[in-house]
Design a protein around this ligand. Structure first.
Ligand SMILES: Cc1ncc(COP(=O)(O)O)c(C=O)c1O
Length: 462
């Protein structure tokens, strides 16, 4: 195509040259007419070519084809293929959005504070995000080992944004990242998209879902780019004691692997439980804490999250520069929430404790309801807003996986839950623990009937 264009152009120049040097009038007239006709037909041809071009489907990038958010995908595609029993009322326990459940909306004081910022800070915040908000968080997250400043804090769109930013700042395609099993699957999805390898380490269900330290040590020897931890945990509701966190810090320090600690449920613990932060317990080794307002403020839709960087300043300087660059990609999260963060934070915390008491009561009620349910055991939890129901497949006659369990439960009992397989562990289903007492009583009754229908006859004793 390009060659013919060059040929045509050269032939035009030659013709023009001959015409310009010719004495014959007729020859000149014919040649000029030929040139005009050629130009005319070329233009016509070009127009025809463009008008005959049709739209085709816009291809998705190869990297995005490699991945998806497993929880959203389950909710949007898998369960839509099931025909639930229409005679039963729907019970939903899937998405961890407190606002969906009565009694877990943002407090009226927070709503008032938020509404006050409308019309006063509609412009973007400065490119490093709101200074007072970062100073406030730096102060809050400082510890006896780490005096933080606003330069150690980066605001993001939710904790998801914080996890994505940390991933972009820390890892490249071909690197390996170490994640918990079971665990919240967002990081896996991000790594798949970016061509980053995933390695998992085990959590021990018999020991409050603590990290299996031997397994972790083996995996750390392979020099992953970072170690992701999640405490308090989704889906498990585990809250680790300080000694355990210190052990994990020691191991990461031994192998010089930075820790990315997802602590978005840091304030959501049951009464008398204490949360220990990886960041605050670090004594100079690099720890990046990802957290946010979504859960503690019971307002996931307000989309304010943050990354806090701990560690010897010389060691973390390049990482902080990288996080600063990433933060500038999106002009920061909503200015309305950034600007009011100090007030919102303290107002939300003032009202969170009674709600955590409520969640604990609901988990106890659920545990009581399912005490005599064969094949299913409610695991104990200490925080967050989920309950894990472990499944003993040996007792089931015709159910062999968590997704099969969740789909059958939806089909037969019209109950929506999430299978553990979405979190990398097939041995349980996860339900949200924010529904009211009536809901759990109904749930308990229906799931027992369900279990009765599916267990081996020899096990049938309820
Ligand atoms: C463990 C964990 N990390 C991060 C997130 C994302 O939080 P955000 O809504 O602030 O993006 C969630 C949300 O459910 C979560 O459970």
């Amino acid at each position: 195509m390009r060659d013919t264009r060059i040929l045509r152009f050269v032939s035009l120049i030659i013709i023009l040259f001959v015409v310009a040097n010719s004495n014959l009038v007729y020859f000149r007239i014919i040649s000029i007419s030929v040139i005009i006709l050629r130009i005319y037909f070329s233009l016509l041809l070009m127009e025809l070519q463009f008008s005959s071009k049709t739209w085709e489907k816009i291809p998705a990038s190869d990297s995005i084809k490699r991945t998806q958010n497993p929880i959203r995908n389950w909710i949007e595609s898998h369960i839509s293929m099931v025909r639930p029993n229409p005679s039963k009322q729907l019970l939903v326990f899937t998405v961890g959005d407190p606002v969906v459940y009565p009694g877990f909306e943002p407090s009226s004081r927070c709503l008032q504070t938020f509404s006050e910022s409308i019309d006063t800070v509609d412009q973007q915040t400065e490119s490093d995000s709101n200074l007072q908000a970062r100073q406030y968080l730096a102060n809050l997250y400082s510890s006896e080992h780490s005096m933080l400043t606003e330069d150690d804090v980066f605001l993001q769109s939710g904790c998801s944004g914080a996890l994505l930013a940390a991933n972009l700042a820390l890892a490249d395609a071909g690197d390996t990242v170490l994640v918990p099993k079971p665990g919240f699957p967002l990081m896996v999805a991000v790594c798949e998209e970016r061509g980053i390898n995933i390695e998992t380490y085990n959590l021990n269900p018999e020991k409050n879902w603590e990290i299996d330290l031997e397994d972790l040590e083996e995996k750390l020897k392979r020099s992953p780019k970072f170690l992701l931890v999640n405490n308090p945990s989704n889906p498990l509701g585990a809250v680790w004691i300080a000694d355990h966190i210190t052990e994990v810090l020691k191991l990461a320090n031994k192998f010089k692997v930075p820790i990315l600690a997802d602590e978005v449920y840091e304030k959501m613990v049951f009464p008398n439980e204490i949360v220990n932060s990886f960041g605050k317990l670090s004594k100079g080794q690099p720890v990046i804490v990802a957290s946010g307002y979504a859960k503690m403020g019971l307002a996931p839709g307000w989309r304010l999250g943050w990354v806090v960087c701990y560690g010897n300043p010389k060691l973390v300087a390049p990482l902080k520069r990288a996080l600063g660059k990433v933060s500038k990609f999106t002009s920061c999260p909503t200015s309305l929430v950034q600007t009011k963060l100090p007030e919102l934070f303290s107002e939300a915390l003032a009202e969170l404790q009674p709600r955590m008491e409520d969640i604990e009561k609901r988990v106890s009620l659920l545990t009581e309801e399912l005490r005599d349910c064969p094949g299913i055991k409610v695991m104990s939890s200490k925080g967050a807003m989920y309950a894990v129901l472990r499944l003993d497949f040996k007792q089931f006659r015709d159910i062999t996986s968590s997704s099969q369990f969740a789909l059958k439960l939806l089909e037969e009992e019209h109950i929506n839950t999430l299978p553990g397989s979405l979190f990398g562990d097939d041995s349980f289903i996860r339900i949200v623990s924010l529904a009211d007492a009536e809901y759990y009583k109904d749930f308990g009754m229906r799931i027992k009937e369900f279990a009765r229908r599916h267990i081996h006859v020899a096990e049938y004793h309820i």
